[in-house]
Design a binder for this molecule. Structure first.
Ligand SMILES: NC(=O)c1ccc[n+]([C@@H]2O[C@H](COP(=O)([O-])OP(=O)(O)OC[C@H]3O[C@@H](n4cnc5c(N)ncnc54)[C@H](OP(=O)(O)O)[C@@H]3O)[C@@H](O)[C@H]2O)c1
Length: 218
């Protein structure tokens, strides 16, 4: 059975992705920085949970040692902060850690097993705010981190073996703690394209940026 790891799977879009992958028949592990929240969400969904704090490099190593091989990696966790990122605060470093460095480390950790088994699907939760074409947006360093995650996605697709598909997704504007209650989409709608990318067939795309299952410009 293929194992899927969904970071930030304790709530919001990540939780909906975890539920969708469970329905696809995968063994799903929610990565959550708060073990109690992870355990509660996992019990509700009938999946597993592992403590995974993306601010903590040892947590990334420990979670992989515990999980073993991962066939599907969904880099979902994200933060959106309001501060002016050019101020002398830690917002820039925090955003880059959670949305770029941690996905980079997780991709590196997942890669050997995926290459050995000849199967891997990696989905990076990005945003239209990380698109040059759409002009960036959002507070703090969010758009810079998402643009970097997009670059990581495209460059990794050029380096990883053909059996591993890696794509970025914009979920649209989704009613979660991050998106706020005015957002027009629910978490299940926001999860749809990520679930599709996480379960792509062998002839599916790689190195792309998608919204509503359609490719969008970087
Ligand atoms: N909502 C939208 O409209 C929207 C639009 C475009 C893109 N996105 C992207 O979609 C993804 C999911 O967003 P969402 O709306 O579901 O957000 P959310 O409800 O705020 O959930 C964010 C998730 O990330 C986790 N997280 C934050 N920092 C973490 C850390 N250091 N270690 C591990 N997990 C951490 C949170 O865990 P805690 O519960 O412990 O805080 C939570 O599970 C994000 O990457 C976001 O940028 C969302």
């Amino acid at each position: 059975m293929t194992t899927a790891l969904v970071t930030g799977g304790n709530r919001g879009i990540g939780k909906a992705i975890a539920a969708g992958l469970r329905d696809e028949g995968l063994r799903v592990i929610i990565g959550a920085r708060d073990p109690d929240e992870g355990a509660a969400a996992a019990a509700e969904l009938g999946v597993e949970a592992k403590r995974l704090d993306l601010n903590d490099p040892t947590s990334i190593k420990e979670s992989f040692a515990w999980i073993g091989e991962v066939g599907v990696l969904v880099n979902n966790a994200g933060i959106l902060e309001d501060e002016d990122f050019l101020d002398a605060n830690e917002n820039f470093a925090r955003s880059m850690q959670i949305m770029v460095h941690a996905p980079f480390e997780l991709i590196r950790a997942a890669r050997p097993g995926m290459e050995a088994r000849g199967y891997g699907r990696i989905v990076n939760l990005s945003s239209g705010w990380g698109s040059f074409e759409e002009g960036f947006g959002g507070g703090g360093a969010y758009s810079i981190a998402k643009a970097s995650l997009n670059a990581l996605t495209l460059r990794a697709s050029q380096v990883l073996s053909d059996s591993i598909k890696i794509n970025a997704v914009c979920p649209g504007w989704v009613a979660t703690r991050m998106g706020g209650s005015a957002a027009p989409r629910d978490a299940e709608e926001g999860a749809e394209t990520a679930i599709w990318l996480a379960t792509l067939p062998e002839d599916g795309p790689t190195g792309g940026f998608f919204r509503d299952k359609k490719e969008i410009p970087w």
